[in-house]
Every structure is written in structure tokens, then in C-alpha cells.
Design a protein around this ligand. Structure first.
Ligand SMILES: Cc1cc2nc3c(=O)[nH]c(=O)nc-3n(C[C@H](O)[C@H](O)[C@H](O)COP(=O)(O)OP(=O)(O)OC[C@H]3O[C@@H](n4cnc5c(N)ncnc54)[C@H](O)[C@@H]3O)c2cc1C
Length: 415
């Protein structure tokens, strides 16, 4: 007997599993198809594993430089096998938790590659399933350019780098988007010789210009080699990786990480089927994917111009709203507070960075933060922006001391 379900979802990443859980809360009969692992890229190959490895890297770096805060760990060592083991434990634990949550919710999970046949039919495992409605959330995969093919051993994509069995002595990172910046930060903290190659004029070109410049300054103090406005023509391997640049130079390194963005595999698009998450190529972030899912299932709309970006550099980088380079000169007000003005930053020995707020007619239109805890700070400004809380109104809030949040309060007085 062919049962007709309410909702079929292809892809068990943040977009797909969020849609499934919210649909179950509404009592819909849901089938979720996942061909690899529940949690998608975010849990298995993206957000979670990278931040788990980052934790080991940043702690190691801090230990090596802790003499100036009265501690001595000069013989601190990295056991990279254990670092990767912990990453695997964290992802496995979260995956099991997600699987249980989905099962407990009553979602039917089919572990198979699924194909949408029409707006009501999906085939998987040689069977056909019929639905009232279908959502496709099949995500994205690492992109590359001609001449930069991954060999998955030495010329790596962001999936391969998570499976390294040891730290290389040197690495070239092609691309300085969020993924490139995070891995530069991780490898540099593990004392690997890092070179970044960026086609654009600035690192992290999607960020506000002052954020890009601050990252560059910071990376230079970490002795990360930076090439900007340079294209990679090809990469080859002959016992060592050779990265050939369009300025005639060749850079050699033990490994290369190609981090030049994400692509969406070709697929047939159907009218009346809903597509959410990375597959839309709109904003390829996990929180955007899950918000889209909630919008589709619960009808809770969100402002797509107010999606925060966080990049886990050292210190953290976060922003929302307008960038300075997008605004007409004289059309806005700007205030920039140096993190070194905050007592807490000295307590933490983490004085690098700034909190920049942009406003127009008292309305906050953008915030750009390079600071310890930037990932949490950005939400405070975002909540104000989303709710039309003006800069003057936000000044009425009592911010605790000593915190980094005080920096937001102080920055408002400069507008
Ligand atoms: C290294 C890295 C770090 C990242 N860090 C962050 C971060 O810190 N913060 C952030 O917000 N975002 C981050 N991202 C991006 C984030 O992972 C994605 O935006 C998010 O995973 C997209 O969710 P999704 O549900 O659209 O797709 P995905 O997570 O890609 O999930 C899609 C799922 O669909 C499955 N699938 C595909 N085709 C089929 C089929 N035919 N049948 C059945 N199943 C199928 C796939 O196996 C996959 O599990 C990072 C990405 C990478 C690569």
C-alpha cells in the first residue's frame, strides 16, 4: 500500500532536520531522507568539527604564550591524533543526540539517497513515497577552479582537512573567506607555517574594510604569509605541493587547502517544491538554513538583511548590517571603540580589536566587531536593530562591568 505522508524532506542538515522537527510539532507526518549522516555539513564537516579543533589550537597557543600571565607551559605539546579523536567524539555525540531527537519526535528517517520525481513523489531505495508537500535541503559541497583539482591527500578540500592524521609543517590556503580564515587561524595556532593566497585586494572580502585590514594586521603579527590580488593558476604535487601564481611565483608547501567557496550540484528544480538552505545559494550559513526552515513550516518571517556573520579568527570577528564601503560618505555616523579601552580585555590579556557601530538618524544600521566574544556581542546589537531600538534608547540599558558588552555601550556614545 502506498501511504501518502504530509511532508517529505530530502537532506538531514540544519535546514532539513529543523524543518522536520518543527513540522512534527505541528503534527505533520514527516519522512526525512539522508544519504550520509544526519546533521549535514554543519555537524559533520563544517561548523562543529572546525570549532572543536579550533578549541585545541587556541588553548595550545595560549599555553605557549602564558608566561606573561604568570604561568609556564613552555613544553606544551600537541597530540594531533587526540585532537582529531575528540573532534570525532563531539560530532558523534551530537549526531546521536540529533538522531534520538528526530526519532522521539516521530520523524521517519530513511538513510538513503533520494530523488524527487515530481512535486509529490520521491524515490529512494527502490521505493516510491508520496507526499502532500516536499522540501529539498540537499546543501552544497566544496568548490574548486580549473587547475586546482583536489587529490584529497595533499591538495585538500575543507572535508579532507578534517581527516588529517598529523599536522603538516607548512600549508598554503587558497581563499580567505570564512573557511580559509578559520583554518589559517587553526594551523597558525598549532605553529604550522601558513601562507594565504587571496584573489581580492583584501582578506575576508565579504567583511567591512576595517575588519579586513585588522585581520591582516593580526595575521602578520602571527607571521602568516599573505598574498593579495594574486590568482592561483595551477597546483601540482611532486613530493611537495607547488602552487603556481599568476605573478610568476611558485609557492611550495607540504599541503594545500583550497577554500574558494561552495557549489551546489546540478539538480532538476520543480515548481511547488520548496528549496531551503545552502542549495538556494543565498546565504550559506547554518543559522540562515534553520531560520528558512522555521519560516517555511511555522510562517515566522525573518529579515534577511539582518543575518549575522561570525568568523572564528583570533580574536573572533562578527558583523551584521551595512558595511562602510557600501555607504555614501557623509550619509552616516560611525563610532569605533578599541577593545583595549575595556578593563575586561586587560584582565583577559586579549586587548586586540574594536567594536564599530554605524548609524543613520539615530538608527543603528551596522555593527562590525573584532574582539574576544564577538560572536555573542553581535547578537546584542542585532536584537536592537531588529526591534528598531535606536542608539539613544540602547544607551538606557545598564551593561554589566567588567564585560566586553560595555564596549557596545561606550561605542554608542561616539555616534
Ligand atoms: C568548514 C566549514 C565551516 C563552516 N562553519 C560554519 C559556521 O561556523 N557557522 C555557520 O553558520 N555555517 C558554517 N558553515 C556552513 C554550514 O555548514 C552550512 O551553511 C549548512 O550546513 C547548510 O545547511 P543545509 O541543511 O542547507 O545543508 P547541509 O548541511 O549541506 O546538509 C545537506 C544534507 O543533504 C544530504 N543530501 C544531499 N543530497 C541528498 C539526496 N539526494 N538524498 C538524501 N540526502 C541528500 C547531504 O548528505 C547532507 O547531509 C561551514 C561550512 C564549512 C564547510
Amino acid at each position: 500500500m502506498n501511504i501518502k505522508y504530509d511532508l517529505g524532506i530530502v537532506g538531514g542538515g540544519p535546514a532539513g532536520y529543523t524543518a522536520a522537527l518543527h513540522a512534527r510539532k505541528r503534527g505533520l507526518r514527516v519522512v526525512l531522507f539522508e544519504k550520509e549522516q544526519l546533521g549535514g555539513v554543519c555537524l559533520n564537516k563544517g561548523c562543529i568539527p572546525t570549532k572543536t579543533i579550533l578549541r585545541s589550537a587556541e588553548l595550545y597557543e595560549q599555553l605557549l604564550s602564558s608566561e606573561n600571565i604568570g604561568l609556564s607551559f613552555s613544553d606544551a605539546k600537541v597530540d594531533f591524533t587526540k585532537v582529531i579523536e575528540r573532534k570525532n567524539q563531539v560530532t558523534s555525540k551530537l549526531r546521536k543526540g540529533l538522531e534520538l531527537t528526530l526519532k522521539n519526535s516521530g520523524t521517519i528517517i530513511i538513510n538513503a539517497e533520494a530523488k524527487v520525481l515530481d512535486k509529490n513523489t520521491i524515490s529512494a531505495n527502490g521505493e516510491t513515497y508520496t507526499f502532500e508537500k516536499i522540501i529539498v535541503a540537499t546543501g552544497s559541497e566544496p568548490a574548486t577552479f580549473k587547475g586546482m583539482d583536489f587529490d584529497h591527500k595533499n591538495i585538500l578540500c575543507s572535508d579532507d582537512v578534517l581527516e588529517l592524521t598529523g599536522l603538516p609543517k607548512s600549508i598554503v590556503i587558497v581563499g580567505s573567506g570564512a573557511i580559509g580564515i578559520e583554518w589559517a587561524r587553526i594551523f597558525s595556532a598549532f605553529q604550522v607555517d601558513v601562507t594565504i593566497i587571496e584573489l581580492a585586494e583584501n582578506l575576508l572580502p565579504v567583511a567591512d574594510i576595517e575588519v579586513s585590514k585588522r585581520i591582516e594586521r593580526n595575521f602578520k603579527t602571527k607571521k602568516i604569509n599573505i598574498y593579495k590580488s594574486v590568482a592561483v593558476e595551477s597546483i601540482d604535487y611532486n613530493g611537495i605541493c607547488n602552487v603556481h601564481l599568476n605573478n610568476g611565483e611558485t609557492i611550495q608547501a607540504e599541503k594545500v587547502l583550497v577554500a574558494v567557496g561552495r557549489k551546489v550540484p546540478e539538480y532538476k528544480k520543480f515548481d511547488d517544491v520548496t528549496y531551503i538552505g545552502d542549495i538556494c545559494k543565498e546565504i550559506q550559513l547554518a543559522h540562515f538554513a534553520s531560520k528558512q526552515a522555521i519560516e517555511v513550516i511555522d510562517g515566522i518571517k525573518f529579515d534577511k538583511s539582518l543575518v549575522p556573520s561570525v568568523v572564528y579568527g583570533e580574536p573572533e570577528i562578527a558583523w551584521v548590517g551595512k558595511r562602510e564601503q557600501d555607504l555614501e560618505p557623509e550619509s552616516y555616523k560611525k563610532s569605533m571603540l578599541l577593545v583595549s579601552a575595556l578593563g575586561k580585555s586587560h584582565c583577559d590579556n586579549s586587548t586586540d580589536g574594536f567594536i564599530k557601530v554605524l548609524s543613520k538618524d539615530n538608527k543603528i544600521i551596522g555593527a562590525h566587531i573584532v574582539s574576544k566574544e564577538a560572536s555573542a556581542l553581535i547578537q546584542q546589537v542585532l536584537i536592537a536593530m531588529q526591534n528598531n531600538i535606536t542608539a539613544d534608547k540602547l544607551k538606557e540599558v545598564c551593561f554589566a562591568h567588567p564585560t566586553y558588552s560595555e564596549g557596545i555601550f561606550e561605542a554608542l556614545f561616539g555616534l
